[in-house]
Design a protein around this ligand. Structure first.
Ligand SMILES: O=P(O)(O)O[C@H]1O[C@H](CO)[C@@H](O)[C@H]1O
Ligand SMILES: O=c1cc[nH]c(=O)[nH]1
Length: 236
């Protein structure tokens, strides 16, 4: 057990999918896992372990934001020995050619968070995905004909902004979409020498203002889950 997870040692697999929403964790376990067992209920942050195509795999909700998700990612790595961490989240598009329901693979994660100022002072660390996981995920998505974009994303500390147009500066530099966790995940993966990838489905659009419902966010976007699970096959 760790402070925020009440799983026994060994109860969580080396590969863990990480949605922000704990109910998406339950949906993933019930839809994709064989014999899922709930391994966590502390704070309602549900986590499950089962098998997928015969391989052990876990899913753990992380909550919203870098601060919450880094707690779970830290404990998964240091207390449970997790080695392949794949975030599966929703994001808001910054680009007109990145549409609602498209998949985005986050090759890198820019951020407005202070997490890496705390670590590196005025120097700038570039949080990046594991190249092998990224390549596998891209190949799988291509083979299945899923519309997929690969590039730099924004991990923001805030969902609501006083000035919503501030996103345009990031869009001008090619940032594809905004979410709230990947930069923390990639930084911790680098520190601990484990593999990490963030796979996102576009749930809303900052340019066109198109949105999806909360039910759709919780229950759908299964193409992204398939990509994540198949990319992790054979890693353990
Ligand atoms: O759908 P999830 O994984 O929660 O991800 C996105 O959705 C939340 C905001 O609504 C933030 O956590 C953001 O990163
Ligand atoms: O962080 C997020 C997630 C989804 N959509 C957004 O606009 N921001």
């Amino acid at each position: 057990m760790s402070i925020h997870l009440n799983a026994e040692k060994g109860q969580i697999a080396e590969t863990v999918l990480l949605p922000g929403d704990p109910l998406r964790a339950q949906h993933i376990a019930e839809t994709f896992f064989e014999n899922p067992v709930q391994h966590n209920n502390v704070r309602g942050m549900l986590g499950f372990t089962g098998t997928y195509k015969g391989q052990r795999v876990s899913v753990q909700g992380t909550g919203m934001g870098i601060a919450s998700s880094m707690i779970y990612v830290s404990e998964l790595i240091t207390e449970y020995g997790c080695k392949n961490l794949i975030r599966v989240g929703t994001a808001g598009s910054y680009q007109t050619n990145v549409h609602v329901r498209d998949i985005v693979l986050a090759q890198a994660a820019s951020t407005d968070s202070n997490i890496n100022r705390i670590r590196f002072g005025e120097k700038t660390f570039a949080p990046i995905a594991d190249f092998g996981l990224l390549m596998r995920a891209y190949q799988i998505a291509q083979e299945r004909g899923f519309t997929t974009h690969v590039g730099n994303i924004m991990s923001s500390d805030t969902f609501y902004h006083d000035d919503f147009d501030q996103y345009k500066i990031w869009a001008d530099y090619g940032i594809l979409a905004v979410e709230m966790e990947a930069a923390g995940l990639y930084t911790l993966a680098a520190k601990h020498g484990v593999k990490a990838l963030t796979i996102l489905t576009i749930s809303d659009h900052l340019v066109t203002h198109e949105v999806t419902t909360s039910e759709e966010r919780q229950q759908t976007f299964d193409q992204m889950i398939e990509v994540a699970l198949d990319a992790a096959l054979g890693l353990e």
